[in-house]
Ligand binder design. Structure first.
Ligand SMILES: [Zn+2]
Ligand SMILES: [Zn+2]
Length: 335
């Protein structure tokens, strides 16, 4: 229940007065700022009418994943990426004729890989953990909590932060491409070519309505975009039938939800920070509202949001109290 309430709380969005967001520069997977009502009834009103009659996941629509010509011409299998203890699978690089991974299978395998016990991680993954934890010891989160991060964290250092996150969560893939930039041009903006993403995060904006620290929000924003870049680089775009809901045009469909939930659950313990929110519910509601994503009851269950369909149950749980909200040690909530 706490997870649900946390997600609900972190889904609210108020445009900060410092924002200079412009929607003129649209990258292929760029989303809009998410704005979700706090009231579960209002969220339900958006989601319920669009609930899929038949879930389009591989369990409920198996033929579209496994039976050509309904499925992709490439044969994708859940076992395409096998996770062994103390090892990391080498990802097949995509090219014009070869897109090896179905997005959903890739997402599940990635979560299985990064969420395993530390004792059976591979050496580079553990190396990434050590690098990140050392940065936290050196004051990363305090500096990431600054009013203006450009004054406390230079972009080269942030590039190191992102690389360590790639080692821990993304098989060590280079998702940084052209580097990291603090950019006021958009709240959270990034560009993505095949191998040349530019991770851009706003150095000042944060969500005033969320009780987590600015540092946690910014870390979450980075992870949010890394998943989109990862899927855009490695998931098969020829899985057309499943692409609409598994990736969607904003890069945060079913596969993104699976990975984001995995990071929210495993990330705090791995990284030594106490809360990471990737705005999963906010994105889901925004994308459903904008008709770029559809969900099923099964999806909501998998995402941990099935209670959205039962408003009474949410209300009898006491609504949105602050208990259970955590901050990075020593960092005060955003004003
Ligand atoms: Zn399903
Ligand atoms: Zn495919």
């Amino acid at each position: 229940m706490k997870t649900f309430l946390n997600a609900l709380r972190s889904s609210s969005y108020s445009t900060p007065s410092t924002s200079t967001a412009s929607s003129t520069s649209i990258s292929p997977l760029c989303g809009r700022p998410t704005h979700v009502p706090k009231d579960p009834t209002a969220i339900r009103a958006i989601i319920t009418p669009t609930l899929l009659e038949q879930c389009t996941c591989d369990i409920h629509s198996a033929a579209h994943y496994f039976d050509y010509p309904l499925s992709c011409h490439s044969e994708h299998l859940p076992s395409d990426l096998t996770i062994h203890p103390h090892r990391r699978p080498l990802l097949n690089e995509p090219d014009a004729h070869n897109h090896p991974y179905n997005a959903l299978f890739l997402a599940r395998a990635t979560v299985k890989w990064f969420a395993r016990e530390e004792e059976i991680m591979d050496a580079p993954q553990r190396g990434g953990l050590i690098v990140f934890r050392n940065m936290v010891k050196e004051g990363l989160m305090e500096r990431l909590n600054a009013a203006d991060c450009r004054k406390t964290l230079d972009e080269e250092y942030m590039g190191g932060v992102v690389r360590s996150l790639c080692d821990v969560f993304f098989f060590g893939e280079d998702l940084l491409g052209r580097g990291f930039k603090w950019s006021r041009s958009k709240e959270t903006e990034w560009e993505c070519g095949e191998k040349t993403p530019l991770i851009r995060i706003h150095p000042i904006s944060y969500d005033e309505a969320v009780y987590t620290s600015r540092a946690c929000q910014r870390l979450g924003a980075i992870m949010h975009d890394l998943i989109r870049v990862f899927l855009s680089q490695h998931a098969c775009p020829d899985c057309k039938w499943a692409w609409k809901e598994n990736v969607n045009i904003r890069g945060r469909g079913r596969a993104w939800q699976v990975m984001a939930k995995g990071i929210e659950e495993a990330g705090p313990k791995l990284l030594g920070v106490r809360d990471i929110g990737l705005r999963r519910l906010a994105c889901l509601v925004a994308d459903v509202e904008d008709e770029v994503e559809k969900v099923s009851r099964h999806d909501l269950e998998v995402y941990g949001y099935s209670k959205l369909l039962d408003v009474d149950e949410v209300e009898t749980e006491g609504g949105l109290d602050d208990e259970g909200w955590v901050m990075v040690d020593g960092i005060a909530p955003s004003p």
